[in-house]
Design a protein around this ligand. Structure first.
Ligand code: S3P
Length: 421
């Protein structure tokens, strides 16, 4: 339990948020596919990425950690001796299911109560088309078993949903196939896998929303990978500094890969004052210092085309909309229903405790009436890290909030409450 008090003063700070979760997962997985050591700096040592580390160790990788640096060495993957536990991490299980679908050994995945409710058919279906042998509970849920595969075949696959996890699973399996694979996304999702695969020497072609990967016998790992800071973690502080009068917050070296910056675009459209400085590129990934100043916000209306570029930032954006003038409409949020919780239902149920009758779901759209009265409230986090952090900034910018379980922030942002304090 935690008692979050209102912050009745401006934020005037430099805040360094931790390394990017998506890039950290991929750095561990891909580094195990070349046979030279890779040093990953600014690695996110949070529960989700540690689930990936534990799985990769069980598959034969050596991972040495010191602070936020890890050194990965692997000379071939082998069959795990036990069930692989992905914990709370959809990225771990989905990406590794793609990788293991192409290996000549047996593996079983499970996960925590939340992950066991999340859909896996979205990765099983395309991998099965490639020739993989995968069984899952009710053909959709963990536990999931992967049987030794014969050679996989390249496919042309039109993805029914925009999902970087599904795309990455197919790309990882395609590395080992006997012909190229083309994936077409309805709307582009984050492209960290493609960028990192290219840094490892894989051949990828892009045309509109189509990505073609040519199978690669051997990946050539770079000696070092530097992870940018996580824009999805920065999101909570970007919104807080925007809301709190007279604030000026600097967030150094935040990843600004264009497939992740939907939050900056939407907040700017709402009137936010966000400046980017010191743009850099490292390992194909762009980063910049973000300077965020307080601004008066007005309502937003957005949907499908931008959703994959801000999918994890909806809870933080819902807080921004609650402080904006007018009624916001966030459309086409069906994917929010299959995250660590049903985040659409959770936002309506829990955020309304802080600001009654402000949040409503109509189908898969979220309607937010801004600038309505707020109260001190007791809310449930449902064990969902991003819900916990969004409720925290909402309470901190309003009249406080009491959260039943706050340690779920360890999934992606273990020092969130320390930085906030
Ligand atoms: C992620 C992709 C997104 C995102 C998740 C991380 C990734 O999921 O919500 O937190 O690292 O590929 P989907 O691909 O299911 O949309």
């Amino acid at each position: 339990m935690i008692d979050v008090r209102p912050i009745n003063r401006p934020l005037k700070k430099i805040i360094r948020v931790p390394g990017d979760k998506s890039v950290s997962h991929r750095a561990v997985i891909l580094s195990a596919l070349g046979d030279t050591p890779v040093e990953v700096s600014n690695f996110l040592a949070a529960q989700d990425c540690l689930s990936t580390v534990a799985c990769m160790k069980a598959l034969g990788a050596s991972v040495e950690q010191s602070g936020d640096k890890i050194l990965i060495t692997c000379h071939g993957l082998h069959e795990p001796a036990d069930v692989l536990d992905a914990g709370n991490s959809g990225t771990t299980v989905r990406l590794l299911t793609g990788l293991l679908a192409a290996q000549n050994f047996f593996a079983v995945f499970t996960g925590d109560g939340s992950l066991r409710k999340r859909p896996m058919a979205r990765v099983i279906n395309p991998l099965t088309l490639m020739g993989a042998k995968i069984s899952a509970r009710n053909e959709n849920f963990l536990p999931l078993a992967i049987l030794p595969a014969d050679k996989l075949h390249g496919i042309n696959y039109q993805m029914p949903v925009a999902s970087a996890q599904v795309k990455s699973a197919i790309l990882l399996a395609s590395l080992f196939a006997d012909s190229p694979t083309t994936i077409v996304e309805p709307v582009p999702s984050r492209d960290h896998t493609e960028k990192m695969l290219e840094a490892f020497g894989a051949r990828i072609e892009r045309s509109g929303n189509a990505i073609t990967l040519h199978p690669t016998k051997k990946l050539h790992a770079p000696e070092k990978i530097s992870v940018p800071n996580d824009i999805s973690s920065a999101a909570f502080f970007i919104v807080l500094a925007t809301i709190l009068p007279d604030s000026e917050l600097t967030l150094p070296a935040v990843g600004i890969n264009p497939s992740r910056t939907g939050i900056i675009d939407v907040l700017r459209r709402m009137g936010a004052d966000i400046t980017l400085r010191n743009e850099k590129i490292s390992g194909g990934e762009l980063s910049a210092d973000l300077i965020v100043r307080h601004a008066e916000l007005h309502a937003a209306d957005f949907g499908a085309e931008i959703i994959p570029r801000l999918i994890d930032e909806i809870p933080a954006l819902a807080v921004a909309a609650a402080f904006a003038e007018g009624t916001s409409v966030f459309r086409d949020l069906s994917e929010l229903r299959v995250k660590e919780s049903d985040r659409l239902a959770a936002i309506v149920d829990e955020f309304n405790k802080i600001s009654p009758d402000s949040f409503a779901a109509e189908g898969n759209d979220l309607i937010i009436r801004g600038r309505r009265p707020t109260h001190l409230a007791a809310c449930k986090t449902l064990g969902d890290h991003r819900l916990a952090m969004a409720l925290t900034i909402f309470g901190a910018a309003a009249h406080g909030v009491e959260l039943d379980d706050h340690r779920c922030v360890d999934i992606s942002f273990p020092n969130f409450f320390d930085l906030l304090a």
